[in-house]
Design a binder for this molecule. Structure first.
Ligand code: FES
Ligand code: FES
Length: 176
């Protein structure tokens, strides 16, 4: 019986080219076909503002904005984002000036431990882009995919309600 070489035991896999506009910068990467967007952000790019909660699409902690729409990065393969415009929590502010949604979260004390907060804020910005939330009840319903174990829901809803007009005035919910 012939011995197996270490090289034979570790097959190599083709990496796929990926182009992204990431937080307003054109970037190019090579990724394995099964790499999730969440793992690309956190493990390859050190953008750890985007959180990994359940890793199964159930908590919303990993929410980012892809072409202005909120997506769960844990359920999105990185290769699916080729050519897209991606905004993470790190890309919402303009220099030292926070995005109105970030300002509103601070003003309304809309977090406790903060773990869900980047996902909540990105999801709220995506909600503005969708143009569907006009009342507190609609905000609550359309933010129901973002869980908060600290139970800061009423403050989160108040923050979003206050930030809606300012975000709409910007003409978008995403990066500026
Ligand atoms: Fe993606 Fe929970 S980590 S939805
Ligand atoms: Fe702690 Fe939401 S602030 S999970």
């Amino acid at each position: 019986m012939s011995a197996t070489t270490p090289e034979a035991a570790q097959p190599t896999f083709a990496r796929h080219p990926l182009r992204l506009t990431l937080n307003a910068q054109d970037r190019q990467f090579e990724v394995l076909p099964w790499t999730t967007l969440l793992d690309l952000l956190r493990e390859q790019l050190d953008l750890i503002g985007t959180k990994k909660g359940c890793d199964h699409g159930q908590c919303g902690a990993c929410t980012v904005l892809l072409n202005g729409k909120r997506v769960n990065a844990c359920l999105t393969l990185a290769v699916m984002c080729d050519g897209g415009e991606l905004i993470t929590i790190e890309g919402l502010a303009t220099g030292d000036e926070l995005h109105p949604m970030q300002q509103a979260f601070i003003k309304h004390d809309a977090f406790q431990c903060g773990y869900c907060t980047p996902g909540q804020i990105c999801s709220a910005v995506g909600l503005v882009n969708e143009g569907r939330a006009h009342t507190p009840d609609e905000i609550r319903e359309l933010m129901s995919g973002n869980l908060c174990r600290c139970g800061a829901y009423s403050n989160i809803r108040d923050a979003i309600e206050e930030a809606l007009p300012a975000c709409l005035q910007l003409g978008q919910g995403g990066g500026r």
